[in-house]
Design a protein around this ligand. Structure first.
Ligand code: MTE
Ligand code: HPA
Ligand code: MOS
Length: 773
């Protein structure tokens, strides 16, 4: 894409990430880089090795006799409540007591003089169990009539039964869509320093410092004001650090208070993967009625998820799956239900898209089913079902889609990617019947922006202007690589019309901004950008009043110009002006606040406006598969994505590229595999395959829809970007599906499950060759 560097005043929009150089030179500080005080202790978790059992006894004698061991922490050492559940469900113990609910559940922590000593000693505990029958996946759980971890959601509109009965065509099907490990470069970590009285300070790699603070207080049995949580940056979070780090923060804080020494806990990659939650996997059943144009008349869908042993964020995740089961399409009569099933597996959690990807992949499978049934190009079926047109803009949750740009966006991408000509070429190639088959698919995304828990849509910021004219910025959001700090600093620089490097971005800390929400739901810059702007506006208002009174001009004659302030005919440098304001005792600091307007959601009724607006995008993927081995490669990808008026096109483009590749990994090679005993066997990069640099599309054309702007009054009319492009990866899945379908002359939808690993592709080819569908 064109990288136009827009210069507005002194602020440049296309700035690179403020830590880019530090990231690549290794100078960026992460939690593990903080200098350890003398006497720092290290904790390591001891995990269960059974999926469901009663604990009979744990013998720690060998652990305590091991070199370097200072002691063991168990639930008995918890002065407050043994629970870190983020939604108050009280089902997420720090350490299991009595009952073990999954393989890999933390039972205790060893605290030792070195991490190595703690890690080795944790292996030495003798745990005796009485095994109980376990349930590992959502289907088993449903068959057993098992409980849900949280109340299911139902969305309904129209009269599904009548519309189904009247329909010309009807298809029922099922698909499974897998989970995903976050594979953040930096794993979980927490480092706690005891303070006086009840105080403790915790440094952690967390997307949600305020929640970590509240959880640590809850576990220690102290007030939140005794606990400070700090995070400078994360080496990736992707949702995996929205709730799951609370456990590590709690263990470090417990040990720090017990031994009155600094304590660090950092699991190795295997333990991180085994003991912490991932993306849910879903089994989706659909029953769809449609006419001979492929236009949907009614849809009945059920979304069953493997939630693991506790609620964690499974309620909002499975809700969001239903909110996205329409993706870009209008369903005249619809009923959708979630089934958040309890299983004896690690508690699944937030992951980029937050259930949305499962809704979208189901919608896209349904489009494919219809297209193969009618012998049409799936894109044609997609288009006839798009939102838009008389009476076709109401979602299953009764929110009106009023900002639809799908037709234009998809139309442009169809042209620029030369979709039609390339599809014709692919069909021609496959008609020759060789070993290598090709597929091409265009899939759209519409993603709802806002936390569906309405109260989370608030943010705070703190801006100080020092009397030398330098500016310190703090906000409640966290930096995980997405560039949030850069964007918020750009907002502040632009509002003051000063150079970007005058803004100092400081660590996120619960001491400066209280009660912050998780940096999640892609809303970081929407919320914190507005809160920071609000703080700047307060300071500017005081400065304008001061200038107007002092220089005896009208307030409209006070103008913030690049690095200067113009007051009538007087021109002062920003620094000189600030110095004068300080001398006149003007308050040069402000706390800003923002809450998203106009959103509301009634979960019991299944009605409301949960989302402030939608972000849109579309991608075209072309793939080649080897029909003898099932191996494949992605030949070309074209993306057109909507970020409204971009706050920073370079960062946004990076988010779109990264999200696409992560989404492609989810639908292709990333497979989580538990054995029959419930032990996760894919717990390291040796067996769990994320995309490599060599898996990138051979040709990768990524563009932002530069004509788009947010209809709502978001920060500079931008749109959130973090999660929506993840679902663009689904076009790779659909292209693979087309290549497989060519084996049986596209007569049937191959019904691949996700991830479409090379094995699954090969098995699907075999089934079609055997005429089994
Ligand atoms: N980008 C990077 N580099 N690292 C991350 O961990 N997390 C994603 C997305 N992009 C992530 C990322 C997720 S899950 C979300 S919700 C958003 O960033 C959060 O940040 P934002 O709200 O500031 O976009
Ligand atoms: N998205 C991401 N994280 C969340 C949400 C959401 O809608 N709700 C609670 N945590
Ligand atoms: Mo993102 S899954 O909302 O942290």
């Amino acid at each position: 894409m064109k990288h136009t560097t827009v210069i507005k005043g002194a602020a440049t929009t296309d700035l690179r990430h403020d830590s880019a150089t530090k990231h690549v030179t290794g100078a960026a500080d992460y939690t593990d880089d903080i200098a350890e005080p003398v006497g720092t202790l290290h904790a390591y978790l001891g995990l269960s090795e059974v999926a469901h059992a009663e604990i009979e006894n744990i013998d720690f004698s060998a652990v305590l006799a091991a070199p370097g061991v200072v002691g063991v922490l168990t639930a008995d050492d918890i002065p407050g409540v043994n629970d870190v559940s983020p939604t108050g469900s009280n089902d997420d113990p720090v350490f299991a007591t009595g009952k073990i609910e999954f393989w890999g559940q933390p039972l205790f922590a060893v605290v030792a003089e070195s991490r190595d000593a703690a890690r080795r000693a944790a292996e030495l505990a003798e745990v005796s169990y009485k095994k109980l029958p376990h349930i590992l996946d959502a289907v088993q759980a449903i068959e057993a009539g098992g409980p849900c971890v949280t109340a299911p959601l139902k969305l309904e509109r129209g009269d599904v039964e009548t519309a189904m009965a009247a329909a010309e065509h009807r298809i029922k099907g099922q698909m499974t869509a897998g989970g995903q490990d976050h594979m953040y470069l930096e794993g979980h970590i927490a480092f706690a320093m005891p303070g006086e009285d009840e105080d403790v300070t915790v440094y952690s790699s967390t997307q949600h410092p305020s929640e970590a603070q509240h959880m640590v207080a809850h576990v220690l049995g102290v007030a939140s004001n005794a606990v400070t949580v700090n995070v400078r940056r994360m080496g990736g979070g992707f949702g995996g650090k929205e709730s799951q780090m609370s456990l590590f923060c709690a263990v470090a804080a417990l040990a720090a208070k017990k031994w009155n020494r600094a304590v660090k806990i950092r699991p190795d990659r295997d333990q991180d993967m085994i003991a912490t939650g991932k993306r849910h996997d879903f089994v989706i059943d659909y029953d769809v009625a449609f006419d001979s144009d492929g236009r949907i008349q009614a849809l009945d869908g059920s979304f069953a998820a493997r939630c693991g042993f506790s609620a964690d964020l499974s309620g909002p995740v499975t809700d969001r799956a239903l909110f996205h089961a329409d993706n870009a399409y209008f369903y005249p009569h619809v009923r959708l239900v979630s089934k958040p099933m309890k299983t004896n597996t690690v508690s699944n959690t937030a992951f980029r898209g937050f259930g949305g990807p499962h809704g979208v992949i189901a919608a896209e499978r349904i489009m494919e089913e219809i297209a193969y049934h009618l012998g049409k190009d799936p894109l044609e079926v997609r288009k006839v079902n798009f939102y838009g047109g008389e009476g076709r803009d109401l979602t299953p949750y009764h929110q009106t889609v009023s900002d639809n740009i799908l037709q234009r966006l998809v139309g442009e991408l169809e042209d620029t990617s030369q979709y039609q000509a390339r599809r014709a070429a692919v069909l021609e190639h496959n008609a020759k019947g060789g070993i290598i088959r090709k597929g091409i698919a265009l899939t759209p995304v519409k993603f709802g922006i806002s936390f569906t828990a309405t109260w989370f849509n608030q943010a705070g910021a703190l801006v100080h202007v020092y009397n030398d004219g330098s500016i310190a910025l703090n906000h409640g959001g966290t930096e995980m690589g997405q560039g949030l700090n850069t964007k918020v600093a750009q907002v502040v620089a632009d509002a003051f019309q000063v150079d970007f490097d005058r803004i100092k971005i400081t660590q996120t800390t619960t001491e400066k901004v209280p009660n912050s929400s998780a940096t999640a739901a892609s809303s970081g810059s929407d919320l914190n950008g507005m809160a920071a702007l609000n703080a700047v506006e307060q300071i500017k208002a005081r400065l304008v009043t001061f200038a107007a009174e002092t220089w005896k001009v009208d307030p409209s004659e006070v103008v913030f110009a690049p690095n200067e302030v113009h007051i009538g005919d007087t021109r002062l440098s920003f620094n000189a002006f600030i110095k004068q304001a300080y001398m006149a005792r003007i308050q040069l600091s402000a706390a800003g606040f923002y809450k998203t307007p106009d959103i509301h959601w009634d979960r019991a009724k299944g009605k409301g406006r949960p989302f402030y607006y939608y972000a849109y995008g579309a991608s075209v993927s072309e793939v080649s598969i080897d029909t003898l081995t099932g191996e494949y490669q992605v030949d070309r990808v074209d993306i057109l994505h909507d970020v409204g008026r971009s706050l920073n096109p370079i960062l946004d483009k990076g988010q779109v590229e990264g999200a696409f590749v992560q989404g492609m990994g989810w639908v292709t090679t990333e497979e989580l595999w538990w054995d029959d005993e419930g032990c996760l066997r894919t717990h390291a990069p040796s067996t769990y395959k994320i995309p490599l640099a060599s898996d990138l599309p051979r040709e990768f054309n990524v563009n932002l829809a530069d004509w788009s702007e947010n209809r709502e009054l978001t920060i500079k009319r931008s749109k959130a970007v973090g999660e929506p492009p993840f679902m663009l990866g689904i076009s790779v899945f659909e292209a693979l599906s087309m290549a497989v379908a060519s084996i049986a002359d596209y007569r049937e939808c191959p019904r691949l499950d996700s991830p479409a690993t090379p094995e699954r592709v090969l098995m699907a080819i075999d089934r079609l060759q055997d005429g089994e569908g």
